[in-house]
Design a protein around this ligand. Structure first.
Ligand code: HEM
Length: 269
């Protein structure tokens, strides 16, 4: 208990908490990207994957709560350390631009962090809850346009004899909107920038960043962050530009027909 308490109370403990929670979150975003890249494969791939995750039930909720705890502790530690640094600086340093020599990524950790938080809230509303799609639903009803496909997001789609939530169409249709895609691209770019300094600093906290291999570490971290950026931008980018097109059988009409055959009561609802 004492150890846990001192982790939260001391500066070094907070730094450690920030590094550990950061590491867990890096693991999550990396795994999430690998899962999301299945959008470029057959729809059954990503839908089956999402269905598998949903089927985990209580285990999924345990992971979700663990991730939420990591986000809360990470942000709390960041704010606490920033306030501490500010008061430790002393009056003689006020107004001095201390960050002049700092790298771009480290200078803007707070700003990129705030945008990432806002992005997560929007993202959960967009894809997990579906609340941010309400407007599209209404427009779709009236116009029955491309956005009309959003109407089907509430419907299950038949895959391998089962009815599953159609994450594939949800992502394609979500990124057909340029404003949404642009926001995703900006957010993942800022997340990559955040990771560029964050991962470097995590090594420092864990005492694994000795001078002899700093240049090598920097190169590896930069390459990984670049790969992460490219992978993430590829999804909204390819969908928006039409480089990636939804597979045959996934348009609104085709899906309705499939659902009508497999579960007529759902279509009549
Ligand atoms: C192009 C980028 C991304 C795409 C296409 C994407 C896609 C998705 C989809 C489709 C879901 C809902 C899955 C379902 O309904 O079963 C989801 C959930 C989620 N995403 Fe993303 N995502 C992206 C980037 C990110 C990033 C950068 C973060 C974190 C900073 C993130 C964090 C989450 C979280 C926390 C959830 C909720 C997971 C859950 O419900 O258990 N996503 N994402």
């Amino acid at each position: 208990m004492n150890l846990v308490g001192s982790l939260f109370r001391s500066s070094i403990g907070r730094k450690f908490l920030m590094a550990v929670t950061g590491l867990v979150l890096v693991g999550f975003v990396t795994g999430h990207l690998v899962g999301n890249l299945q959008i470029f494969a057959h729809p059954d791939k990503i839908n089956g994957y999402a269905h598998f995750l949903q089927s985990l039930g209580p285990a999924l909720w345990a992971v979700r709560l663990g991730l939420l705890a990591c986000v809360v502790i990470h942000v709390w530690a960041a704010v606490a350390l920033a306030l501490e640094n500010k008061s430790a600086r002393g009056p003689e340093n006020y107004g001095v631009i201390k960050w002049l020599n700092a790298a771009l990524a480290s200078r803007y950790m707070k700003h990129t962090g705030v945008v990432i938080l806002a992005f997560i809230v929007y993202h959960l509303a967009h894809f997990t809850v579906g609340a941010a799609q309400a407007g599209s639903f209404k427009t779709a009803l009236a116009e029955h346009t491309m956005a009309g496909d959003f109407l089907l997001l509430g419907l299950p789609i038949v895959a391998k004899g089962q009815t599953v939530h159609d994450v594939y169409s949800m992502v394609y249709l979500g990124f057909a909107n340029p404003v949404v895609s642009l926001f995703y691209i900006i957010a993942v770019a800022l997340l990559s920038l955040h990771l560029l300094h964050g991962v470097d600093s995590m090594f420092q906290t864990f005492g694994l960043r000795n001078h002899s291999w700093v240049p090598f570490l920097r190169r590896v971290v930069s390459l990984l962050c670049l790969a992460y950026l490219v992978g993430n931008v590829a999804i909204p980018g390819a969908i928006l530009t039409g480089m990636a097109k939804p597979a045959a059988g996934t348009t609104a009409a085709e899906k309705l027909a499939a659902v009508a055959v497999a579960a007529p009561s759902v279509v009549q609802r």
